[in-house]
Design a binder for this molecule. Structure first.
Ligand code: ZN
Length: 435
């Protein structure tokens, strides 16, 4: 009879253990530990880190435990967390009579809103020694998945070898042998993959190594890259004053090779001389912009003159590709109210101007852009110079490594469902930059 009672009791306890299986009921429930010999009641409260998690906490002087751990709405993920936490509690129960103390705290590291890492700091203290151990868990809270290191790399990548190569030289000197289990503790923040090693794992003890995500971008799995894409580091290349029969086709070849779409602000007088190039541009999905007919400073013209400069390129475009330009960039970026009253598409200026027409040096131009590039930027170049074309390729290759995605200006200004108005001026320019 007594045995049956214990069995029933332990069944009830086990059922209560799974926290947050139902998020609505999760708050203030009191799950207990898997062992009922001592009473450990966790308090469940909302988390300030994320709406997708709650916090289970237990603070008790008598048992010398201070424990906090995150709870999700996925029971299978909670079991993984609890295995980690209860393992420590079991140990503490063995040693607490000797004065041992246990504290488990954690911090949430967000890669995206749904891809979260939890970094646990497990601290034990006895009369003779104190130890701190870092343990980590990474969860995909969109799909209820526990993320392992292998999930973030492409299948054919030997990530153990890759990480070994990234170890600091003083560690490499000792020929460390990494294994899957030695790489089980990792956290991904906005820019790095951080791996935590157990104390004294290597002769020359290191606790962690950080590897920049940019440096391993090409090795990452599609799952992980898609999560990175969601962070939306978008950038738009724009090319003015063309097309040019010598340099523009070279640019189009290189863009096609790199699968990059750009936006061309063309002069009417160049469009009419390079019809096939414009057709190719359009067919290959690049943005078609109007940069006036003859590159006159519009603010020095009267209304008739502005209309002539604005409308003629559209008439030519219509005869070639059956459509007007969707964007306008005034020569020299000069705009006044009269220009705005005539232009019936968004007016696009720029954020980064490397003065490519002045320097005519691919390295100088590309470095300027690469150093300044930020999410949402519009870059000004001229496809009539071979040095600018060369610089564009360098910029694309370098910024792709850094996780940038090249899009047309149309795509950039319509991000987050923004609907631009006619003659609205887009100048994502950072303040005080000389243009
Ligand atoms: Zn121009």
């Amino acid at each position: 009879m007594k045995k049956i009672f214990i069995l029933i009791l332990s069944l009830i306890v086990t059922t209560l253990t799974a926290c947050g299986e139902n998020t609505e009921a999760a708050f203030n429930q009191v799950p207990t530990t898997k062992d009922n010999s001592i009473e450990i009641n966790f308090t469940n409260t909302p988390s300030s880190d994320s709406e997708l998690i709650t916090v289970n906490s237990f603070h008790n002087e008598e048992y010398k435990m201070n424990i906090e751990y995150p709870c999700t709405s996925y029971s299978q993920l909670n079991e993984i967390t609890e295995d980690l936490v209860y393992g420590c509690i079991e140990q503490q129960k063995q040693t607490m009579n000797d004065g041992s103390e246990l504290s488990i705290s954690y911090e949430t590291v967000k890669f995206t809103d749904y891809l979260l890492g939890f970094k646990f700091n497990i601290h034990t203290k006895t009369s003779t020694e104190e130890t701190s151990v870092i343990k980590t868990l990474t969860f995909d809270l969109e799909n209820g998945k526990n993320i392992l290191l292998e999930d973030i790399f492409e299948d054919n990548i030997d990530y153990i070898e890759l990480i070994t190569k990234k170890l600091p030289l003083n560690i490499l000197a000792h020929n460390p042998i990494l294994t899957k289990s030695k790489l089980s503790n990792f956290i991904i923040d906005q820019s790095n993959l951080n791996i935590y090693f157990e104390a004294n794992q290597f002769e020359n003890s290191i606790e962690n190594v950080s590897i920049s995500l940019d440096s391993i971008y090409n090795k990452l799995s599609n799952f992980f890259k898609n999560n990175m894409e969601e962070q939306k580091k978008l950038i738009a290349l724009t090319f003015d004053d063309g097309p040019n029969p010598l340099t523009t086709p070279v640019l189009l070849d290189g863009l096609a090779q790199r699968d990059v779409k750009a936006t061309f602000f063309m002069l009417g007088m160049c469009i009419e001389k390079n019809i096939d190039i414009v057709k190719r541009m359009y067919n290959e999905g690049h943005g078609i912009g109007n940069h006036s007919y003859g590159h006159k400073k519009l603010t020095s013209l009267d209304e008739m003159g502005i209309k002539e400069q604005y409308n003629r390129p559209n008439e030519i475009l219509n005869s070639i590709i059956n459509t007007d330009s969707t964007l306008f960039r005034p020569p020299y970026g000069s705009v006044n109210d009269c220009v705005k009253s005539i232009v019936d598409v968004p007016i696009i200026l720029w954020d980064i101007d490397p003065y490519d027409w002045k320097y005519k040096d691919a390295d100088v131009i590309s470095e300027h852009i690469i150093n300044k590039a930020e999410d949402g930027d519009i870059i000004l170049l001229h496809d009539i110079y071979s040095t600018s074309v060369e610089a564009a390729f360098k910029v694309i290759d370098a910024l792709k490594e850094k996780g940038f995605k090249f899009v047309t200006v149309d795509e950039l200004i319509r991000r987050n469902n923004v609907q631009p108005e006619a003659s609205q001026v887009f100048r994502f320019e950072r303040k005080n930059e000389n243009s």
